[in-house]
Design a binder for this molecule. Structure first.
Ligand code: ADE
Ligand code: ZN
Length: 336
């Protein structure tokens, strides 16, 4: 199963670039940028990655970003992710970034974007990968700040395809962000949103109805609402599910309890992704492998998940068809 998963062509649709900051790069950048860290070593940092909930993770995640200061820091981060993703069979990645987490500490929007796009434009093609960029607004910061961030993005429509909503979900429903998402869609951006990770099924409905979300990031809580499950299945709204993240942040008690298989059985277009792999113990192939082992997913179901990832991608139809054909050819060439 290990070899099958690694080589299986796949798209990654839920990946926070800041969540790929491995402790080794954290330490290297801390030294170069003269930033003090609360850990003595990379091993000590890793040992601290033990989270009670989403907020406990977010505190550490935003703290770690202090080492990202120069455009080249963002480039190095992004290049390292692309290398790991390519090794995991990722052919296409739609990558989140959190500009407010950087502008709030004095790093300019254009510095962040220039660093990330430098790596996407120059490095991804050498790996045979295509990429898109999704700007996420932080839902625990003011709506007006999200609107300002959207204004900063208007000059960069060539490099930003979509906008999303992330950060602390509890007590932060999607509806207040409706004007920001309305404006984003008017300006031609696609929209997605984190919902139903720590929040209720109603946040998923709100993300669809108030934000026009074309995909739901996580969506685990949607399974609590049978009418919503039917809606997601009928409309084929993709869910970008992140199994290892859900275990690490205690969204599910155990991977064996994860609803991923039930989502597939309900006809939902579920996909598997890594979220913040430097913090959650595995990149995307490891998410497929761990889910397969815990839930008893057969090769046919893993192939379905890989097909779903391209089906759910924001790619033109001819490119989707080519990727789907590659998945099918790969699966057909493997022993049963
Ligand atoms: N930002 C980075 N990872 C996140 C997650 N799992 N949920 C919400 N916001 C995030
Ligand atoms: Zn996420």
């Amino acid at each position: 199963m290990t070899d099958f998963v690694q080589g299986l062509p796949k798209a990654e649709l839920h990946l926070h670039i800041e969540g790929t900051l491995e402790p080794e790069l954290l330490f290297a950048l801390a030294a170069e940028n003269d930033v003090a860290l609360p850990y003595g070593s990379a091993a000590e940092a890793r040992a601290a990655y033990d989270f009670q909930n989403l907020q406990a993770f977010l505190d550490l995640y935003y703290g770690g970003m202090a080492v990202l200061r120069r455009a080249e820091d963002f480039s190095r981060l992004t290049r390292a992710y692309l290398d790991r993703a390519a090794a995991d069979g990722v052919r296409h990645a739609e990558i989140f970034f959190d500009p407010q987490a950087h502008t709030a500490r004095g790093v300019a929007f254009d510095t962040v974007l220039a660093g990330i796009t430098q790596a996407l434009d120059n490095h991804a093609p050498t790996l045979g990968m295509t990429t898109r960029l999704i700007l996420c607004f932080l839902r625990d910061r003011p709506v007006a700040e999200a609107m300002e961030t959207l204004h900063a993005a208007l000059d960069h429509k060539d490099s930003i395809l979509a906008v999303g909503l992330d950060s602390a979900e509890r007590d932060h429903p999607p509806e207040p962000f409706r004007p920001v998402f309305d404006r984003a869609r008017t300006e031609g951006f696609l929209t997605v949103a984190h919902a139903g990770e720590e929040g209720p099924a109603a946040h998923v409905t709100g993300a669809l109805d108030a934000l026009g979300a074309r995909r739901i990031d996580h969506g685990v809580a949607a399974m609590d609402d049978p009418a919503l499950v039917r809606r997601l299945a009928e409309a084929q709204v993709p869910l970008t599910v992140c199994p290892l993240s859900n275990v690490k942040l205690q969204v599910v008690d155990d991977l064996a309890d994860h609803p991923l298989k039930a989502m597939l059985e309900a006809g939902i277009l579920a996909t598997v992704n890594s979220d913040d792999p430097a913090y959650f113990g595995g990149y995307v192939a490891e998410n497929y492998r761990a889910a397969a082992a815990a839930l008893g997913l057969a090769k046919a179901e893993l192939t379905q998940l890989a097909r779903n990832s391209f089906q759910a991608a924001f790619l033109p139809d001819p490119q989707k068809r080519a990727h789907l054909a590659a998945v099918d050819a790969y699966a057909a060439a493997q022993p049963a």
